[in-house]
Design a protein around this ligand. Structure first.
Ligand SMILES: Cc1cc2nc3c(=O)[nH]c(=O)nc-3n(C[C@H](O)[C@H](O)[C@H](O)COP(=O)(O)O)c2cc1C
Ligand SMILES: C=C(O[C@@H]1CC(C(=O)O)=C[C@@H](OP(=O)(O)O)[C@H]1O)C(=O)O
Length: 358
């Protein structure tokens, strides 16, 4: 089990990839919030495995069964609990992996810490993002009703970049990019890497519109701190930045500072290098997040490893059903993680401990 505690919301994820189920409990959502289960199911379908040749062939329905917290289409104010069954498990795909860790996966650290390597990655699996998306999907609906929109797209895969600005949702597209021609080039690159027994990584852009100024707090309570913690919980995420992020390190203050201006009586900034966050608190400008996802560790090419029991070097040949690129299915996971933190910040606004001068 793994728990994320916000100021108002508390999310626990549980289960393992090759166990009977994965699931979540989410506490802190107010009562009487309408929930559209069809919209939630559409959202979960964007992450679900087995829907495209660009994904793992493991096919799961990913239909959550709610045990509590939602009744007659609204939240009850109680803890929300949901379970998703695992129905397409093939643990025989992992015969030699109980003592030989896959390079790049959590097998080695699982063995060091817990003394075992579980088939399918156990609790480390990307499968745990299914219940994350249940919680985040509910939060997205709450945010949307309050005028807050979370947009996202694949910014790059391997060496292929998307083109154009992210101004409209891409979630209706099978491949969530702005420029479909670039999307086709990305899909070709993924299939080529797969044919070579290899995998690709990439970058996801997430932009949040309509967020009021004043959410978050300093230091550990900052939106950057909280968002990063949730985003890094997505397996295979290796980088998160905000606004100009790492690129800001190459700019001068005069280039990186966002000048303030007035627009119909509202304070705005004329640029947004800070990504909509100053001092951990939202400025009211769009939130700009980029998330780097590493190439899938489980690849078909032979790799060097070590038999941890015999303590002998060995060569590993991984079989099984793996995503040749995690990025397309990680896009809704990024939206879910962001929505969870922003929903917590919104529901907690004004309720947090006072951070002013003593
Ligand atoms: C949606 C999703 C799908 C994933 N699919 C695979 C996969 O098919 N094969 C694999 O080896 N890793 C996959 N991963 C990544 C591993 O779970 C991850 O690399 C591993 O748990 C180690 O964690 P780390 O990369 O964060 O260190 C996936 C991750 C996500 C979020
Ligand atoms: C099942 C999902 O993705 C899995 C994530 C995963 C991993 O190592 O993270 C490895 C694969 O597991 P298996 O070998 O059991 O097919 C993916 O299919 C899912 O996302 O729902």
């Amino acid at each position: 089990m793994s728990t994320l505690s916000g100021d108002t919301l508390r999310l626990t994820l549980f289960g393992r990839s090759h166990g009977p189920s994965v699931g979540m409990t989410l506490s802190g959502l107010p009562a009487r919030e309408p929930v559209s289960l069809p919209a939630l199911q559409d959202f979960l379908g964007r992450r679900a495995p087995g829907r495209s040749p660009l994904s793992t062939a493991r096919r799961e329905a990913d239909i959550p069964r709610f045990l509590s917290g939602i009744k007659d289409g609204v939240t009850t104010g109680e803890d929300i609990a949901a379970i998703i069954e695992n129905t397409d498990v093939k643990s025989n795909d992992y015969p030699s992996l109980t003592t030989v860790p896959r390079p790049g996966h959590a097998d080695y650290t699982s063995y060091v810490k817990y003394g075992r390597i579980e088939p399918g990655g156990g609790p480390f699996s990307g499968r745990l993002t299914a219940p994350l998306c249940v919680a985040g999907g509910l939060c997205l609906q709450i945010l949307r009703r309050r005028g807050i929109t979370v947009l996202s797209r694949i910014l790059s895969i391997g060496e292929v970049d998307d083109q154009g600005d992210l101004t409209a949702p891409t979630c209706e597209k099978a491949f969530p990019v702005v420029d479909d021609a670039q999307g086709e080039a990305m899909a070709r690159a993924i299939l080529q890497a797969k044919a070579q027994g290899d995998s690709l990584g990439g970058v996801i852009q997430c932009r949040v519109l309509g967020l009021p100024a004043g959410l978050g707090g300093p230091l550990f309570d900052g939106l950057e701190s909280r968002l990063s913690a949730a985003l890094f919980a997505i397996p295979a995420v290796k980088g998160v930045d905000f606004g100009s992020g790492f690129d800001a390190a190459r700019l001068r203050g005069s280039e990186n500072n966002d000048p303030f201006a007035l627009e119909t009586g509202r304070v705005v900034t004329t640029t947004n290098h800070c990504g909509g966050i100053l001092g951990g608190i939202s400025t009211g400008m769009p939130l700009e997040i980029r998330v780097a996802v590493k190439p899938t560790p489980s690849i078909a090419l032979p790799q060097r490893s070590v038999d941890l029991k015999a303590m002998t070097p060995t060569t590993l040949q991984i079989t099984g059903r793996h995503d040749p690129c995690i990025v397309p299915r990680a896009v809704p996971c990024v939206e879910a993680a962001a929505a969870l933190i922003l929903c917590d910040a919104l529901l907690s606004n004004g309720k947090e401990p006072h951070h002013g001068t003593d």
